[in-house]
Design a protein around this ligand. Structure first.
Ligand code: DON
Length: 332
């Protein structure tokens, strides 16, 4: 199907059908934005004081195709902190720094079925369950190479800029807000040090983790980052290889199994695409070989996923027949 015209849409039963309206991806996005714009449910994350200041009405949907076409609707240029979506990309850099086996020896790839901030490690291996929950992300961040805090932070920023395609920055108020209130994350780091899963540079690793979560992006940036993963790690706008193509498979697999926390199973069932959410209300979704999707809407459901983000993705997957195991797609 031509994604830019959206002419051959999948029906609810998974079979292909032609719908005379809407004819373009652009109009699908506008329709979904109108459909959910006034949905008033969910709550802002308040456990990080700076996030409580966000406007619950902010809402945008962006899609970038792997040939670099951008579709955007709503507050698509509003900046916000990336939060947990950063975990996907730091996982990619850890893989690049150490290879698959070493990263796997320190952080598992199993979904937890628990909240993102659960203080749990695997009973046997003492590893955190996966790089998408906080404990696993702190362990992954602690693996990032560099001579000291500044070099490690610069490496992270350079990595993010390869995906985004332009310079970006850390929001200091959010970083300080997380640094002074992140007692749970600090407790997890100490627990992992106790089991030898991370080294003793705990404060450096935590600062780096809080900084990666405080990176400023907009919804178009999210779509570009997702499109880069959809394009085997090559940024469709700049042509830069953001991560070696061989690691994209690992990143997407972990997103697919664990990216939406304790909603990951139902997400896989309903949407059927690798994705990652964050507590500021962002969601990225990767349609391999085709497009990256970014959604931003701060109110969260009880599993800390964006309420509008989940609804838009369920509709988009259905309307465009994007589910990876969609029979109609595999037949086509
Ligand atoms: O460590 C934290 O709690 C936040 N900086 C990130 C958590 C997050 O985004 C979880 N996502 N839903």
């Amino acid at each position: 199907m031509d994604m830019t015209t959206g002419e051959n849409l999948a029906s609810e039963s998974g079979t292909r059908s032609f719908r005379p309206q809407p004819h373009s991806l652009d109009s699908v996005l506008h329709q979904l934005h109108s459909k959910y714009q006034f949905l008033q449910s969910g709550n802002l994350a308040t456990y990080i004081p700076e996030l409580a200041k966000m406007d619950p009405n902010w809402f945008s949907i962006c899609v970038m195709t792997t040939d670099g076409k951008l579709f955007e609707v709503g507050d698509s240029r509003q900046l916000f902190t990336i939060q947990s979506i950063s975990k996907v990309f730091v996982h990619g850099l850890a893989l690049e720094d150490h290879g698959r086996d070493r990263v796997l020896s320190k952080v598992g790839v199993e979904p937890t079925g628990d909240a993102f901030n659960a203080i749990i490690l695997d009973e046997q291996s003492k590893r955190p369950y996966n790089p998408m929950v906080n404990a696993g992300a702190i362990a992954t961040t602690s693996l990032i190479k560099g001579k000291g805090a500044t070099e490690r932070l610069n490496r992270l920023l350079e990595m993010f800029e390869r995906y985004i395609g332009h310079e970006t920055f850390i929001d200091m108020p959010t970083f300080m807000s997380e640094r002074t209130t992140g007692h749970r994350n600090r407790a997890m780091a100490h627990l992992m040090l106790n089991f030898g899963m991370i080294d003793e540079k705990i404060d450096e690793a935590l600062d780096l983790y809080f900084q990666q979560c405080s990176l400023m992006v907009n919804c178009c940036d999210l779509a570009t980052m997702a499109a880069t993963l959809a394009n085997r790690g090559q940024n469709p706008l700049t042509g830069t290889q953001a991560v070696p193509a061989c690691y994209v498979r690992d990143m997407l697999s972990v997103m697919y199994a664990c990216g939406m926390y304790n909603y990951s199973g139902e997400w896989a069932y309903r949407v059927g695409l690798p994705a990652k959410s964050g507590v500021s209300g962002g969601v990225i979704v990767v349609v391999p070989g085709r497009m990256g999707i970014g959604i931003f809407s701060p109110p969260l459901d009880e599993r800390s996923n964006s309420v509008r983000g989940v609804k838009v993705c369920e509709d988009l997957s259905q309307l465009l027949g994007l589910h990876l195991f969609n029979c109609a797609e595999t037949e086509g």
